[in-house]
Design a protein around this ligand. Structure first.
Ligand code: SF4
Ligand code: SF4
Length: 215
């Protein structure tokens, strides 16, 4: 899931700049789980904006704000409220914000900062495990991602700063490569420990990413 965090309220007010009325959009998926843009946060934002003197013309929590067709359809279902608003405040990740900006000519305001693709450890606790590098190495590295878990993203580690299994950038954190080494020792023929991983070719990573499934 996309882990996001609400921007400071003052920053959101700054972005509204000149509009006296706003429409609010949230997302039922990631932003709800992160408690940054679900029903509850939309309601809190509505209260805060009303107290600050803004008119909130309406709100909508979309089932996957990154789904562009659905966003267009749902906004049309609230056409008058959207028309009455000077700006739309979107409490969803950057992908969701852009679904909204593509569906309307209204000024679109991003109320969240999108942080990373996160695994959920438990409720309210998220950890980055993958950096979406475009060419996965996990089958060579014992299922531990060096691109993400190593502070330097080293592909053939560990670096010289590893100390007794701990990372030199954070003595509390394990060195990712110490963990990968331990994991690879389980490899029956040991070949993965001997192999060299060439530098990643980030030119292979499409940007902007596009994928169309074959029919
Ligand atoms: S190597 Fe790491 S960053 Fe790249 S796709 Fe695999 S898990 Fe994600
Ligand atoms: S100590 Fe380990 S995890 Fe930390 S930067 Fe060096 S190789 Fe990466």
């Amino acid at each position: 899931m996309i882990v996001s965090r609400q921007k400071p309220f003052a920053e959101i007010l700054d972005a509204i700049d000149g509009s006296s009325s706003v429409f609010l959009v949230g997302c039922t998926k990631c932003a709800t789980v992160c408690k940054s843009g679900g029903e509850e946060e939309i309601w809190q934002m509505q209260e805060a904006l009303s107290s600050a003197g803004f008119e909130v013309t309406g709100s909508l929590v979309i089932d996957e704000a990154c789904h562009m067709l659905r966003v267009g359809r749902d906004l049309r279902s609230k056409q008058q409220m959207v028309t009455d608003a000077g700006a739309i405040i979107v409490m969803a990740c950057g992908a969701g914000v852009q679904s909204v900006s593509a569906a309307t000519s209204k000024k679109t305001i991003a109320a969240l900062d999108s942080l990373f693709l996160g695994n959920i450890r438990r409720f309210g606790q998220f950890e980055q495990k993958c950096s979406l590098c475009g060419e996965c190495l996990l089958s060579r590295t014992g299922g531990i991602c060096p691109v993400t878990a190593c502070a330097k993203g080293i592909l053939n580690g560990p670096c010289g700063g590893m100390d007794n299994g701990k990372c030199e950038t954070d003595p509390e954190a394990p060195c990712a490569w110490a963990e990968i080494f331990t994991q690879l020792q389980e490899d029956p023929d040991g070949s993965m420990l001997e192999s060299y991983t060439p530098p990643k070719d980030y030119g292979k990573l499409p940007k902007p990413g596009k994928l169309k499934l074959a029919k």
